[in-house]
Design a binder for this molecule. Structure first.
Ligand SMILES: [Zn+2]
Length: 473
């Protein structure tokens, strides 16, 4: 194993010692990270500065360490709902805080580099768990116009540093795949173009080589799950302009990973990637990477869906058709955007053989029909609790009506949808954009149901851990 791979594996194996354990999912807020930043002031290796305030008055911090000649600037979460790298930055702070661990490695980094971090550029967006800032402007289209305080701060810090390397840290949709493979694009990179001609300027070439070096290392951990973001020039975006203005800028996007909706594994991959990148810059080893590594990274494509049910028989005008059903889950914020429920949608119906699912089931020989709504209403939550779901499903129902004005939720953990308004008729067709609520039969008996896009084996209802939807509120 090369020395570089050994470093990466050592970081991988020791990660739990440095993980910032107070950040447990993606919906942490500015108020969760401020105490962590304040703590860094107690450690003399960190310099902590407030560099401005968000529109709603939240402090934005610049954290610096190291005294080396080469400047590296990393900023995260300019899109409020893209927090994976922010959590990884706090793991990295913890790593540097622990004096006993990796002393030589850290000394090497801190004597060769000056490292600057802005974690959570858009704290107001994070508060709402939304992409844009609180005045609904996308910061990553505001580098030229400079209308938002947050974009001004990022640009001012960039101008004051004139860093050699920049890391623009984002999250991307779970629907991206690594090329046309069945793998999610778990990490996508880009050395952004400085102009419409996509010129290969010296900073861009540096960024490409560093990315190539990172890909060689990350292939140890996530082989086949690395892709390249579109290199179309976006004149209003930070990364493109920072490249144009001379900083070797690397876009890193955290995408999806099977079984990791909260992206805690990808957070670990970010931690390894960023620490490794610092090492590669400090040693200069990135410069030895052939540009062909970057060029051969597969493109980001959109071939992932959350759930694919394969080979179902569907009746249309008395004829049988064999189709795949593709379903996606959207997150809907609740509890002040500290939590979410999932709202499913049929994405596509037909031959979905070019798509891959985070989950897939082959239902060859089974027939699918729309789930029905039971017309006799229930009048209390107690009555709902008494429903035997197996009986309900066997009669073809996936939805019930509730007459109760006190019921206020948008979703439910009952394994059937709840309809509050008598006049509301939920979509009962199996077609794109509809809510996926089906019964799935074999030999005319209901074997599975799908409620809000979650597949339930009616013999094993206890295993249900999805959520249903409350309609007609
Ligand atoms: Zn983004």
């Amino acid at each position: 194993m090369t020395q570089e791979k050994q470093i990466a594996w050592d970081l991988y194996h020791s990660y739990e010692n440095f993980k910032e354990k107070s950040l447990t999912n993606r919906r942490f807020k500015h108020s969760d990270i401020v105490p962590l930043i304040e703590q860094l002031k107690n450690n003399k290796i960190f310099k902590v500065d407030k560099v401005g305030k968000s529109v709603e008055g939240r402090d934005i911090y610049l954290i610096s360490l190291g005294s080396g000649k080469t400047k590296v600037f990393l900023w995260s979460q300019m899109h409020g709902d893209e927090p994976t790298a922010t959590a990884a930055l706090f793991d990295i702070f913890k790593f540097f805080s622990d004096e006993s661990a990796f002393p030589e490695f850290k000394n090497f980094l801190l004597s060769n580099l000056s490292i600057y971090f802005i974690p959570m550029v858009n704290p107001d967006g994070a508060e709402q768990f939304q992409r844009r800032n609180i005045v609904e402007i996308d910061l990553n289209r505001d580098v030229l116009s400079q209308q938002t305080q947050e974009a001004k701060i990022l640009k001012e810090v960039f101008d004051s540093l004139k860093a050699d390397f920049g890391f623009n840290l984002h999250d991307q949709g779970r629907d991206y795949s690594a090329g046309n493979s069945i793998n999610p694009a778990s990490i996508s990179f880009l050395a952004p173009s400085p102009d419409y001609e996509k010129s290969l300027t010296p900073p861009r070439e540096k960024a490409m080589k560093l990315i190539g070096n990172l890909v060689n290392i990350l292939n140890e951990f996530i082989p086949g799950h690395i892709a390249k973001y579109s290199d179309d020039y976006e004149p209003r975006a930070f990364g493109d302009n920072f490249t144009k203005w001379g900083t070797a800028t690397i876009l890193l996007e955290s995408g999806g990973w099977r079984g990791d909706r909260e992206k805690q594994f990808l957070r670990k991959v970010n931690y390894i990637a960023l620490l490794f990148a610092l090492n590669s810059i400090a040693s200069g080893s990135y410069a030895n990477t052939d540009l062909s590594v970057y060029e051969s990274i597969p493109q980001n494509e959109k071939f992932m869906m959350d759930l694919i049910l394969r080979n179902l028989i569907i009746k249309r005008f008395e004829n049988d058709y064999v189709v795949d059903l593709g379903i996606n889950y959207d997150e809907a914020n609740i509890n002040g955007a500290k939590d979410f429920y999932l709202k499913a949608e049929i994405k596509d119906v037909g031959d979905l053989s070019v798509f891959a699912g985070y989950q897939e089931f082959d239902l060859s020989g089974y027939t699918v029909e729309p789930g029905k709504t039971k017309t006799e209403a229930y009048h209390s939550l107690e009555e709902l609790e008494k429903i035997n779901p197996t009986e309900l499903y066997s009669e073809g129902y996936t939805n019930v009506i509730l007459r109760n004005n006190n019921f206020q939720s948008d979703y439910s953990h009952h394994p059937f949808n709840i309809i509050l308004d008598k006049k509301f008729i939920p979509g009962s067709e199996i077609k794109p954009e509809e809510s996926p609520n089906f019964i799935i039969k074999k030999n005319n008996e209901v074997k599975f149901v799908v409620v809000n896009g979650f597949l339930i084996d009616i013999k094993n209802i206890e295993s249900w851990n999805g959520n249903s939807i409350v309609f007609g509120k």
